[in-house]
Design a protein around this ligand. Structure first.
Ligand code: FAD
Length: 258
């Protein structure tokens, strides 16, 4: 199978760098073909702007989504965006690997999502009707592919527990897992989270390699998170709220998991 790892850390000789090397080796040892988009090494342009469209009339106001649609449909996207889109078409699984920075992914990776997920590619697909509100949340161009986050945190596991001060890790990652991965159609696997990274030694590193290795071994067999599909009946359209009889009395992020 083909695996794309999008990786964001400014220093190769970091914990993330070591985990990235390990992941690539392990996946290749399992017979997969792996590509890594090492965003800092590529000097990835993180900002979405008018320069993302080739042959653009400079006097016209830049409209982030309509210009994206126009560029995508007419082969006028900046070449770096097209290359990453081709990698996603090629991939059977996407891994986003990053250190948690300010409770999310580093800005450079957010910029990868913003630019690569063009109108017509990451969003804006499918019909809109009384039963179908676009191909998204379980449908879309990434349907049939898997995705998983590997992230590291300075905070302890307890800080991210259900009553931990940082908020539960599943809630913090919801905007990535549900919003950036499930939205364009990926089946999303439970994340691999490495907590309390300042306390890393050889023994912990050994056990971490075991845990991460096992998760990579089952990348194509683990059950994905059971996010509810938008167009499968659980949501009223066009309000896009859960129907009263679904997850009755529940609200918040957890209600979107069956
Ligand atoms: P490194 O600093 O490279 O390494 C961590 C430890 O692992 C070090 O002790 C190092 O010696 C050791 N190590 C490295 N490689 C190896 C190896 N091969 N074998 C054995 N040991 C090794 N944390 C949060 O919890 N929440 C936040 O919101 C948050 N926001 C942040 C925002 C910013 C801007 C920054 C800079 C940090 C933030 N942090 C936050 C902390 C951050 O998540 C951690 O510093 C990061 O995850 C550590 O990953 P690293 O790859 O940079 O580790």
């Amino acid at each position: 199978m083909n695996v794309l790892i999008v990786y964001a850390h400014p220093e190769r000789r970091s914990l993330n760098g070591a985990l990235n090397d390990f992941a690539v080796e392990r996946l290749r040892a399992n017979g997969h073909t792996v590509q890594v988009s090492d965003l800092y090494a590529m000097e990835w342009k993180a900002t979405l702007d008018a320069r993302d469209v080739r042959e653009r009339e400079t006097h016209a106001p830049f409209h982030p989504s309509l210009d994206s649609k126009h560029a995508f449909e007419n082969g006028l996207q900046s070449r770096d965006i097209e290359i990453e889109q081709d990698k996603l078409r090629w991939a059977d699984a996407l891994i986003l690997q990053f250190p948690m920075w300010w409770f999310s992914m580093p800005a450079i990776m957010k910029g990868w999502i913003e630019r690569v997920y063009a109108y017509g590619f990451g969003y804006g697909n499918g019909e809109h009707s009384d039963t179908h509100w676009g191909d998204r949340y379980g449908e879309g161009l990434m349907q049939g592919k898997r995705a998983m986050i590997i992230t590291t945190t300075g905070g302890w596991e307890t800080h991210y527990a259900p009553r931990g001060i940082n908020g539960p890790i599943d809630d913090l990652l919801f905007h990535i897992q549900h919003g950036m991965l499930f939205y364009p159609g990926f089946d999303v696997l439970a994340p691999v989270v490495v907590y309390r990274t300042s306390r890393m030694d050889e023994a912990r590193m050994r056990s971490l390699r075991e845990t991460l290795g096992a998760r990579l071994d089952s990348l194509f067999s683990d059950e994905p998170i059971r996010y509810r599909k938008q167009n499968a009946g659980d949501y009223a359209i066009p309000a896009l709220t859960l129907r009263d009889e679904v997850a009755e009395g529940e609200s918040g992020f957890g209600a979107h998991i069956a």
